[in-house]
Write a protein that binds this ligand. Structure first.
Ligand SMILES: NC(=O)c1ccc[n+]([C@@H]2O[C@H](COP(=O)([O-])OP(=O)(O)OC[C@H]3O[C@@H](n4cnc5c(N)ncnc54)[C@H](O)[C@@H]3O)[C@@H](O)[C@H]2O)c1
Length: 341
């Protein structure tokens, strides 16, 4: 698969490395062109990554008829819709970073554009491809703890007293240029993982808390109670107001036959407790040929879905549901009551 990567920032680099890792392993995958509005940055990255073709915007690459099968959109959030529509209109498959969009109207337009063009729309929801989350899913599928009744999914996010990103990534915390609060930015990973583990949420009741030291008008910490169609009641906490930087998030699920506990600490550790004793399952995060394992598995899934003409695991349609749940969380915070999904 030949790719045009749009946005040579943090995520663009992770996708580049994933494609490179697959190429080194012998897969038919390479980056055909790189697009970024920041010309100095683009020049630097193209030289570092040895990508010959560069363009200041996606339409220039498409007009130039770059020989590519797919477009990877790793740009600010509010640009995802126009990128996906342009790529689909040119007959290219689309791998778009999370959140796929900031509104359901934009998500629907992206899905419709890709359907019309008969191309694949996949969301780069990397958390779904992490070994630890996949190990939890496998343990649940194997029935190790029976029916999940309750639990908590509390991934860490980082402590920044100001909720500001440094340097060229400052936009991430600025809604005027496509940024968002932590519930959208990182909560969307958690919501997608929660859906993978427990099925579709039917109701959300979310609250926001912050200290007077928190220097952003956006949400600091969101605590949400999620009800799932299968009957499970799960709490989720996402915070941008943690002190220090320590990985202490976890997933604890309490089932009819056992308890499962994933510590995202260092080392990542998954344990299953039942009346028969305790089982430890290895699931440390991996790198493959210098790339994050989750991004490599994600790219593989994209290539496989295109080759097999099937919906990818994290399809646009699937991740539209994740976005809907996150937006319902904001609605719950605003109204002060639970919101049905
Ligand atoms: N899956 C993950 O773990 C993960 C991690 C970080 C970011 N992300 C997501 O990736 C996306 C990008 O975030 P980032 O952290 O890489 O940001 P970033 O600021 O590091 O990179 C964004 C790049 O896009 C470029 N850009 C801006 N407007 C453009 C345009 N119109 N055309 C082409 N290029 C343009 C910028 O110059 C910049 O180089 C976001 O959706 C973000 O939420 C995902």
């Amino acid at each position: 698969m030949k790719l045009i990567i749009v946005g040579a920032g943090w995520a663009g680099e992770a996708h580049f490395k994933a494609a490179e890792a697959l190429r080194r392993q012998g897969a038919d995958c390479r980056v055909a062109a790189l697009v970024d509005v920041d010309q100095d940055h683009l020049r630097r990255k193209a030289a570092e990554w040895r990508v010959r073709l560069t363009y200041p915007d996606l339409s220039a690459a498409l007009d130039d008829q770059v020989d590519a099968d797919a477009v990877v959109l790793a740009t600010p959030h509010h640009l995802h819709r126009e990128g996906a529509e342009a790529a689909a209109a040119a007959g290219k498959h689309v791998l778009v970073e999370k959140p796929m969009a900031l509104t359901l109207a934009d998500a629907d337009a992206m899905i419709a554009a890709c359907d019309r063009a008969g191309v694949c729309l996949m969301v780069a929801e990397s958390a779904r491809y992490r070994l630890a989350n996949l190990a939890v899913r496998e343990a649940l599928d194997a029935g190790k703890i029976g029916q999940v009744l309750s639990g908590r999914i509390h991934p860490i996010t980082r402590g920044r007293h100001t909720y500001m990103y440094p340097g060229r990534r400052a936009w991430l915390a600025d809604p005027a240029v496509g940024g968002s609060g932590i519930w959208m930015l990182n909560g969307i990973h958690t919501m997608s993982v929660a859906r993978m583990l427990l099925g579709e949420p039917t109701r959300i009741y979310a609250r926001e808390v912050h200290s007077d030291k928190f220097q952003s008008p956006l949400e600091a910490t969101v605590v949400a109670l999620l009800s799932f169609a299968g009957g499970a009641e799960i709490t989720v906490t996402i915070s941008a107001e943690l002190h220090g930087y320590k990985r202490f998030g976890d997933i604890a699920l309490f089932g009819s036959d056992g308890t499962l506990h994933l510590r995202r600490d260092d080392p990542v550790e998954l344990a299953v407790y039942t009346d028969d004793g305790e089982e430890r399952i290895e699931c440390a995060e991996d790198t493959i040929e210098g790339a994050a394992g989750a991004f490599v598995r994600q790219m593989k899934e994209f290539m496989a879905a295109v080759a097999e003409a099937r919906e990818p695991l994290t399809s646009g349609r699937s991740e539209r549901r994740t976005l809907a749940a996150i937006l319902a969380g904001y609605e719950s915070i605003r109204t002060g009551g639970p919101v049905d999904l």
